[in-house]
Design a protein around this ligand. Structure first.
Ligand code: SF4
Ligand code: SF4
Length: 397
């Protein structure tokens, strides 16, 4: 068995430019080149040519009642609860969608934590998303811990399954530690799958996400098995990004190997995505590809990466209100400076690697740029075309 996690040099993922996940980003080849060129010429240029992001991660609320031990967001609860709501204002949400659609940012994920479905007017936010889906052809995805599905109106569940491209239920640390929560999670997932099976006009892909930690190897493997049996259409397994709770190299190898045996079954192959390693940059790492996405917190704060919580000062480039636009901040010198000064040691938990998919995209693009494009570019264009033509969920990064 090949030990791909043993030491820093070997611990990186193989550069897999042929993998489906990486192909997705090739359709943005020209935009990525514009980002790279702008950053390379920062000291010579007065105006920059950073394209608007392809994907927006919106955090509707910081509220979440689960209190997982490993929650990165819990500081927001104590920081703001005394004075402010933890929810995004509905008119601010509408303005953001209006602005993003006018700038061509057509893919939006309701993201957490907190927990999007704990927004006090989540039904209204979902109706608004559905309106922008109908009128502006925007695409939406929903990330949730899955515990609140049973509290939603049936009509809201239907709107999600009808208008959203995907719904992904992340299996929380609390659900893994609490039998009742675990049952609720599985039951809610089964309920969604049941709805969809009964009604073929419901299109959302129903998925699940599990995080491998230093303590949950056995339960994770058991849960993967249960979820596959339940009929999830997408199942992602990643390792946690936390120095205190990281799985050991031995656990990574064992889990990778056991999940590899699940994947040998034809029906599981396209459902189960295992992405446990970190993308390693042997000569150090500066993330420059982050402008492919933008992150917006419940107060309208605009951040350069969804992993902003441990470095808000250096990651925020501006703030939405009900009248302004992303264009007031995006691609301006403050934005460029924040990208150039990104502290990967803090944000990605290492200065030579990250387990985020954008690091993977960056490594692939660097290799393509480095190798020269004369023949390779032809291949890229073909791959790019197939990515564009592929099913809707692939529009999301
Ligand atoms: S479910 Fe997510 S947001 Fe909620 S407490 Fe757990 S980690 Fe935090
Ligand atoms: S590689 Fe690191 S800095 Fe870049 S987008 Fe991912 S988490 Fe953020």
């Amino acid at each position: 068995m090949r030990n791909q996690f043993q030491n820093p040099v070997d611990s990186g993922k193989e550069l897999s430019s042929s993998s489906g996940m990486n192909k997705r980003v090739l359709q943005y080849y020209d935009d990525i080149q514009r980002i790279k060129n702008s950053l390379n010429s920062y000291y010579l240029l007065k105006e920059f040519d950073i394209p608007y992001p392809k994907m927006a991660y919106i955090y509707p609320t910081y509220q979440c009642s689960l209190s997982c031990k490993n929650c990165m967001y819990k500081d927001h609860l104590t920081e703001y609860t005394k004075n402010e709501s933890l929810d995004m204002d509905i008119s601010l949400f509408r303005n953001i969608l209006q602005d993003l659609s006018s700038l061509g940012v057509m893919n939006v994920e309701f993201c957490g934590g907190g927990e999007p479905l704990e927004h006090s007017s989540i039904d209204k936010l979902i109706e608004l998303a559905s309106e922008f889906r109908r009128n502006k052809r925007m695409d939406f995805g929903l990330l949730t811990n899955g515990q609140n599905i049973s509290g939603l109106d049936e009509s809201t569940v239907e709107i999600i399954l009808e208008s959203f491209a995907y719904i992904r239920l992340s299996y929380s640390e609390r659900a893994s530690a609490d039998k009742k929560l675990r049952e609720e999670y599985l039951c809610n997932l089964a309920k969604l799958i049941g709805y969809k099976n009964e009604n073929n006009k419901l299109k959302a892909t129903i998925g699940s996400k599990l995080l491998l930690t230093s303590k949950n190897k056995d339960q994770l493997l058991k849960t993967v098995f249960e979820l596959l049996k339940l009929g999830v259409e997408h199942l992602k397994v990643k390792s946690i990004r936390s120095r205190d709770d990281e799985p050991s190299p031995e656990d990574l190898i064992q889990v990778e190997e056991e999940l590899g045996s699940f994947k040998s079954e034809k029906t599981v192959k396209n459902v189960l995505k295992v992405d446990l390693g970190r993308t390693v940059f042997l000569h150090g790492f500066k993330c420059w590809i982050n402008p492919l996405s933008v992150t917006i917190d419940p107060y309208g704060g605009i951040y350069i990466c969804f992993n902003f919580h441990n470095d808000p000062e250096n990651m925020m480039i501006g703030k939405y209100n009900e009248n302004n636009s992303l264009s007031d901040f995006w691609g301006k010198s403050k934005h460029i400076e924040k990208i150039l000064n990104i502290n990967t040691k803090k944000v990605c938990k290492a200065d030579n690697s990250c387990n985020c998919r954008y690091a993977d995209y960056q490594k692939m693009m660097e290799e393509i740029f480095w190798k020269g494009l004369s023949t390779k570019y032809g291949e890229v264009n073909n791959e790019s075309k197939s990515a564009i033509e592929s099913k809707r969920i692939q529009k999301f990064l």
